[in-house]
Design a protein around this ligand. Structure first.
Ligand SMILES: N[C@@H](CCC(=O)N[C@@H](CS)C(=O)NCC(=O)O)C(=O)O
Length: 220
């Protein structure tokens, strides 16, 4: 067993970091975490000590270095197969990979106008036509996967999977920016927020001293 270190951004704001952190937590394997606060004078230099891309997250497993959130999740799934981080059914697994890739490569408006911000509650902020289209697609995707594959549990594919790790920051955005949720979407959001690992992350985020969006939030 190698020694695992996950290098992440600060928990209040680094949505890409949350995703592999949740996947690793799910394995039950111990890992060290290095938190690098974003938007500080030494951020770039500190990230460069670990990550070839200048971005976090980045995973070190012994002498292996793996970067990019979805690639890290894939690596963790292969490394710890007992954690069953992808659905066992081939069709469900393919769709889980599709929605995970869709999150990883898409939803630009949602990411731009509704940044993950676990230190804030800003209902109404960031709502516009572009983010509204992204929100509608997320809701359609959640309803579809819950209806077709979710019978075995409260998550998109029943049991927790990497797809849920990919959408966990979206759940927090909807709560932060007051996106109305009902029915299966509200139930799904609650299931994500009820995960013990999610509670641990949110609590740590709120306790962080750094607040990179404070200036943008102050008038409201
Ligand atoms: N595609 C990458 C995106 C990673 C990314 O953009 N990370 C941000 C933090 S959430 C970052 O490292 N930014 C560097 C900086 O702010 O200096 C992934 O999925 O891991």
């Amino acid at each position: 067993m190698g020694d695992l270190t996950l290098v992440i951004g600060n928990k209040a704001f680094s949505s890409w970091s949350l995703r592999p952190w949740l996947a690793l937590k799910r394995t039950g394997q111990p890992f060290r975490e290095i938190v690098i606060p974003l938007r500080q004078p030494d951020t770039a230099a500190r990230i460069a000590e670990h990550s070839p891309t200048g971005r976090v997250p980045c995973l070190r497993d012994g002498d292996r270095v793996i970067w990019d959130s979805l690639a890290i999740c894939e690596y963790v799934a292969e490394r710890f197969p007992d954690a069953a981080l992808w659905p066992t059914d081939a069709h469900a697994r393919a769709v889980a990979r599709s929605v995970s890739a869709e999150m990883h490569s898409g939803f630009a408006a949602l990411r731009t106008h509704m940044s993950m911000d676990l230190k804030a509650f800003r209902p109404g902020v960031g709502h516009n036509a572009e983010s509204g289209a992204d929100i509608a697609r997320v809701f359609a995707l959640w309803r579809d996967t819950r209806a077709r594959f979710g019978a075995g549990g409260p998550f998109l594919f029943g049991d927790f999977s990497i797809a849920d790790a990919m959408y966990a920051p979206v759940v927090t955005r909807f709560l932060t920016y007051g996106v109305a949720m009902d029915g299966p979407c509200a139930d799904y959001a609650q299931a994500v927020m009820d995960l013990p690992a999610m509670k641990e992350w949110v609590e740590a985020a709120k306790a962080e001293p750094w607040d990179i969006y404070a200036d943008e939030r102050s008038p409201s």
